[in-house]
Ligand binder design. Structure first.
Ligand code: ADP
Ligand code: MG
Length: 574
């Protein structure tokens, strides 16, 4: 929590002002009962109307002053708390951007979203209350007690009885409520997770008629959250009447004891009135304390979750003394083994191969054999557990991520497009690309035809995630985006899978010319796609089963022969 509050530094002046304003407000509040007692004792009892007017006027002025202080103070504290929230949000967002895929795997997207939004809102909310009460509550409690004792010492016995009872109620609420508050956030995570899956997977859910099932899943998560909230509110619901009961009990006992003492002649009505007001102020300040006690753990839980994210150091960071690439377009794997976070077995084992400019290296293998894993190691989405990945003669981890990634045109297995026009999406590859370059890349990627057929051509706006395009169209745009970059190294991760054979063949022919000077790494499932590569790597459950040309592998590699015979007819093989 304190760590989070370091971000309040820019608001130090505001906070000082808040402290001062609250001090003034507390003083005003504490002074009013005094005047009230004067009005009663000197004005009403002696029938001095001008005195009542005068003192009443003063009371109004002081009360107005107190209100102004309260308004400005709550304005400043809201401003500081919102500013804190904004700075926390942008910090966590920037930090999450620096995460490697490892950290994304570890946290999961849903909780990162709740931590960036709801948790910070919790912190903001509690901060406003804290700033507004931190000074007011203690001054009122202490000042009120001193002044109450001055009005009539013997009646403070009522407070001496009432306050421990209040403290006990607060302690009970804290003991029951705090653990519940801490679970609320985790339950909210769960609701978000289910909701996110539902929204992104809506097509699958419909197709498999899982609406009912998903609705139940959401209901369960939502009910769980509701139940927790209800429990929390039940406790609060008990607390409020309990507090009112105590307050009314205190009033009643004061009136009773006061009446006796006034009868005896040892107390003035004015002093009784003032004493009662002080007693209420003290009880209210205890209520403020109790609110803080209940809210702080909640903000603490949110702050802990926030800090956990901020403390996660990205496993992939830029080297302190980065080297520069000595060559252009060379990729070499030396005995690389990699294991995903939390996985028992490595996804790929002892992978060694090299690829160089002007050559095409293909990776083929069954699903789950580790093809995507291998290519994800090239742009350093992950670091190998063992061995090294060399790019242009230098260990990839010794280059800055910027230099490394500028060399690579990466076409991921799942085409990802962003909201915006087609041209904007293609320019992600290279913001400086001219219209001609964009059109050329689209031409090569066999995307030009369908883009031209659209009413707005390159200015067609894509919906979220490119959902207004077919899978094959998305893949081709994703390929064009990599081409716009004109990188030294092309990586195509199963990028031709959604294309029909004819488009696949045309695209590869056009690519060949385009990428003649570059290093090309193609992951594929189809033998037809990899057949004429300079080097084919056959993967089998994370191990290399063979490396060679199509012809060599047909002779030597059993796994390759199996893949081939499952896909090509006898004639094609001959
Ligand atoms: P391919 O691309 O050949 O189909 P992948 O490289 O995607 O295979 O996956 C290889 C293995 O690693 C699979 O067993 C898969 O379950 C596992 N795997 C892939 N991605 C992750 C991940 N993010 N976290 C944990 N395991 C993963
Ligand atoms: Mg894959």
């Amino acid at each position: 929590m304190l760590k989070v509050y370091r971000n309040l530094k820019p608001y130090l002046l505001s906070i000082l002002a808040i402290v001062l304003l609250q001090f003034l407000q507390a003083m005003a509040n504490l002074y009013l009962p005094n005047l009230m007692s004067d009005i009663t004792n000197k004005g009403i009892m002696l029938n001095d109307i001008p005195y009542i007017w005068r003192t009443g006027g003063r009371m109004l002025l002081i009360a107005a002053g107190g209100v102004i202080c309260a308004v400005i103070s709550s304005f400043l504290s809201s401003q500081a708390a919102m500013g804190l929230g904004k700075s926390l949000r942008s910090q966590i967002f920037r930090h999450i951007e620096s995460f490697s895929l490892n950290e994304f795997d570890r946290f999961g997207a849903s909780t990162l979203i709740t931590r960036t939004t709801n948790d910070i809102v919790q912190i903001q909310f509690v901060t406003v209350i804290l700033l507004n009460m931190m000074i007011l509550a203690p001054i009122t409690a202490v000042g009120g007690t001193i002044l109450a004792v001055r009005q009539d010492a013997s009646m403070t016995i009522i407070l001496a009885v009432a306050l421990p009872v209040v403290a006990a109620v607060i302690a009970l609420v804290a003991w029951k409520g705090i653990p519940l508050f801490q679970t609320v956030q985790a339950k909210l995570d769960r609701v978000n997770l289910v909701l996110r899956e539902k929204l992104t997977g809506i097509r699958v859910i419909r197709a498999f008629d899982r609406l009912e099932h998903e609705a139940k899943r959401f209901d369960t998560a939502s009910r769980d959250l509701t139940d927790t909230y209800i429990k929390v509110n039940r406790i609060i619901a008990v607390m409020i009447p309990a507090m009112l009961l105590i307050m009314n009990g205190v009033t009643l006992s004061m009136l009773w004891l006061g009446a006796i003492r006034i009868d005896e002649g040892s107390l003035n009505i004015g002093n009784l009135v003032a004493f009662m007001q002080y007693a209420m102020q003290i009880l209210f300040s205890f209520l403020m304390f109790s609110t803080m006690f209940i809210l702080i753990p909640r903000a603490q839980a949110a702050a802990d979750r926030y800090n956990k994210v901020m403390e996660a150091t990205p496993q992939i960071a830029d080297p302190k003394n980065p080297l520069h690439a000595v060559e252009a377009g060379y990729v070499e794997f030396r005995n690389v083994t990699f294991r995903y976070h939390g996985a028992e077995l490595p996804a790929v084992n002892h992978i060694s191969f090299s690829a160089k400019p002007g050559e095409t290296t293909a990776i083929i293998g069954g699903t789950g054999s580790g093809k995507s894993t291998i290519v994800n190691l090239i742009p350093r989405f992950y670091d190998p557990e063992e061995g090294e990945v060399l790019v242009d003669g230098v260990d990839a981890s010794r280059l800055t991520q910027e230099e490394l990634r500028a060399k690579i045109g990466f076409v991921p297995q799942k085409a990802v497009l962003f909201t915006g026009t087609i041209a904007e999406n293609l320019r992600l590859g290279n913001p400086a690309a001219t219209d001609e370059e964009i059109a050329h890349a689209a031409e090569v990627a066999q995307a030009a035809d369908f883009i031209d057929a659209m009413k707005d051509g390159y200015h067609t706006v894509l919906a979220e995630g490119g959902s207004n395009l077919s899978g094959g169209q998305k893949q081709r745009l994703s390929i064009a985006r990599a081409l716009v970059r004109r990188p030294e190294i092309y990586v195509f991760d199963d990028s031709f899978s959604a294309l029909d054979f004819k488009t696949d063949a045309k695209l590869r022919a056009a690519l060949k010319k385009e990428t003649a000077q570059s290093t090309v790494i193609i992951v594929a499932q189809r033998v037809g796609t990899v057949m004429d590569a300079d080097r084919i790597i056959v993967l089998d459950e994370g191990h290399i089963a063979g490396i060679g040309t199509h012809k060599e592998l047909l002779e030597r590699c059993e796994v390759y022969r199996e893949i081939v015979s499952s896909q090509l007819s006898k004639e094609e093989l001959a």
